[in-house]
Design a binder for this molecule. Structure first.
Ligand SMILES: Cc1cc2nc3c(=O)[nH]c(=O)nc-3n(C[C@H](O)[C@H](O)[C@H](O)COP(=O)(O)O)c2cc1C
Length: 211
């Protein structure tokens, strides 16, 4: 969809600059009420129902669902829209065996996304030359993917516990790419449940500071 079609789909005048209110604007809770009427969970319901899945069923994940997860990655914002990420979809028996040999946190998932970024393509903050947006961009991409997986009824687990050099060597990842994290995805096995950490959440009053 191009910009003109997008604006038209919002039902606002093409010249209106107020694209900021695509969703979540209007009266508080209005979007939630509409979603609930349609039987869809609100964003917060989806976010709160997600948990890290560490036991997967052998059931393969449908290609349409993988496509939707990649589409969610595509929709993610990145600094200056530079899109410095590259995603490897590990799903062949060989690739899955390999990633399980490299990380004990693949947890037998039928699909593991390896999300990488190209530091040279990411945005650099002119006020702080050491600040490269690659990790941040990749993390937003991963968050979109993780929540799309949840909305598709799939479980996932974000994984950092692996040696990026070993993973790069094993999968022939080019040198310009930094493996950022793995995202295990699959149908949760019967009995898969959140672990203890899932319930240990700080209160907003303990991390939010109003000034
Ligand atoms: C950056 C990051 C790295 C993580 N690395 C791992 C990991 O290597 N292995 C693992 O089992 N879980 C990993 N997790 C999952 C967290 O442990 C989990 O999200 C957290 O305990 C909250 O639990 P929940 O996801 O069930 O809500 C990681 C999560 C994040 C965001």
């Amino acid at each position: 969809m191009n910009r003109k079609e997008f604006i038209k789909s919002l039902g606002v005048a093409a010249a209106a600059p107020a694209l900021a209110c695509v969703a979540g604007c209007g009266e508080a809770g209005e979007g939630d009420a509409v979603a609930a009427e349609k039987g869809n969970p609100s964003f917060l319901e989806l976010a709160k129902s997600r948990f890290s899945v560490r036991y997967y069923a052998k059931t393969p994940v449908e290609q349409e669902k993988l496509d939707a997860i990649l589409e969610a990655a595509r929709a993610a914002p990145t600094a200056k829209n530079l899109q410095p990420f590259q995603i490897y979809v590990l799903k062949s028996d060989e690739a899955i065996a390999k990633i399980n040999s490299l990380s004990r946190c693949a947890y037998g998932a039928p699909v593991v996304f390896l999300v990488c970024f190209d530091k040279a393509k990411a945005w650099v903050n002119p006020f702080d030359a050491g600040d490269n947006s690659g990790v941040m961009d990749a993390s937003i991409v991963g968050t979109h993917m993780m929540l799309e997986a949840a909305s598709q009824g799939l479980g996932s687990c974000w994984v950092k516990f692996f040696d990026p050099k070993a993973v790069s060597a094993a999968f022939g990842i080019p040198e310009n790419l930094t493996p950022s994290f793995l995202l295990d995805v699959g149908y949760p096995a019967n009995g898969a449940a959140p672990n203890k950490m899932h319930f240990e959440r700080r209160e907003a009053k303990d991390f939010a500071t109003y000034r």
